[in-house]
Design a protein. Sequence first.
Lengths: 269, 269
Amino acid sequence: MTSMIDLKECDKTDASELCESPVDLSSFTSFLESFPLQGEQLYRTVFDRHAEIIQTQKARFAVANLEKILSATFEVSAVSGFDRMSLRDLSRQTGMSMGAIYSCISKKEDIALMVADIVRLSNDLIQQHAMLAGSTWQSVEQSIKFHLYASTLLQPWYFFLYFETRSLPQAQQEESKQIELDGINGFEAQILAGVEAGEFATENARTVANAIVVLLEDWYLKPWKTKSLSINKEGRYELQLGEIEEKINTYNQSIIELVRKLLATDRSE
Amino acid sequence: MTSMIDLKECDKTDASELCESPVDLSSFTSFLESFPLQGEQLYRTVFDRHAEIIQTQKARFAVANLEKILSATFEVSAVSGFDRMSLRDLSRQTGMSMGAIYSCISKKEDIALMVADIVRLSNDLIQQHAMLAGSTWQSVEQSIKFHLYASTLLQPWYFFLYFETRSLPQAQQEESKQIELDGINGFEAQILAGVEAGEFATENARTVANAIVVLLEDWYLKPWKTKSLSINKEGRYELQLGEIEEKINTYNQSIIELVRKLLATDRSE
DNA sequence: AAATAAAACGAACGCTCGTTCTATTTTTGT
DNA sequence: ACAAAAATAGAACGAGCGTTCGTTTTATTT
């Protein structure tokens, strides 16, 4: 009996089954080929993980509508916030009727919960990947890169969760804080392991860990800082894949370099 | 004629007149004695700078009510967000009637505009102060300290502006971005001056400047990261002055140390 | 103490919100 | 091609929103 209850909750927490083959971090392009949370697969994951509340049964319809709903949500609420976005705005933006929208959600808040769930899942994938690396320095580098890649691909999702956490039930608000703390704890543990191994030197591992996390957040929260954007015909920002690759790489290098200085073991290196 | 129009706008941008005597940064305690934006003076400034929209004429009443309104706004919207805070919530929390509230504001949005104005003013004071320091390193240190002190004292204001920017008209949204960019530009200029003078060494002044700004933001955005808080009888967090002094100092030291490493000229130091 | 001005009150208004519900259209299975 | 099932449309509902305004209370002046 208890195992059935566990199973019911289980589909919300399992990250492992999503990603049997390891994600390839050698470049953003190859990341895109191996990261599971994107395109149709991404919205199918949303559908699978919220099957109980979604009235639409056929995956074909649900997946297409979830994509419309979530994309429109990101577009509208990036400017005015989730609370100010009415479901009539959403109806207009998606071209769907109220009825159609309400067959993918049971209430407005569900949209925010779906986003939170996916971001949590993505972060689980990052955490999971960090275990695979060889040396400590490599594992730090890999974690940073993975985070940059994932939060670039899922930028609207990460951005939304950060700014709309307060539209969530308080339990989920606490959970969001915990995700950030877990991120810091993860880097702190890696750094301390490196210090132990004589690979790094620092007196304040937590400060360095915190700086890394905060700089990673900066990347998806303030794209206007680093990205010079071109605007397409729909009035949206848009970059060529090659340009994105280059931008990420530049930012990645600047974080790596910064961390390297903060953790340098000797002055002659 | 044009000069009169200029004058009308002028009271929203002048920071100089507020602060003839320089702010004392030797400790948080002495900062509190010299920083103008606090206590009754703070709300009187709000009153003076928004006299056109405030119906209440006597400063005595307006100042008291503004304090109630803004404090309640911070309290309520820190949990649920500005949009979800209804004016009936505000009425309940302040003990004021709708009519009383509406004699201090002309519309809900005004509350957010007042906050934005004060934060902008506070940032102007910081910028202004940076000019006074001797060496470049001292001016960087002073700017960081000033920012930490001001954003501790005005934490709810800074926090509110960061998370509620999207409740503002778009012109003010752009302005908020500009404030952040100005902050980065300020530190970048200081760093570049230091490099010029041979005091610092770095190949990426902007990255370092950005890291400083982001860490300063972290201080007022995520107090739960660094502060171990005690809870008073009203259920609010509360620290002794001495504890605050110590917390700020610790965080200040960790930023300074981090920046020092990033800007070190040689490896033997 | 009376007269006047300012401030506070709170019910009422019009509107928009999230949500529901039934009729209609589209898809599916045979 | 047709019946059953699923998905969509959009009008309708009640709650709650920001805001207004006539009245009452409080403060100030005469």
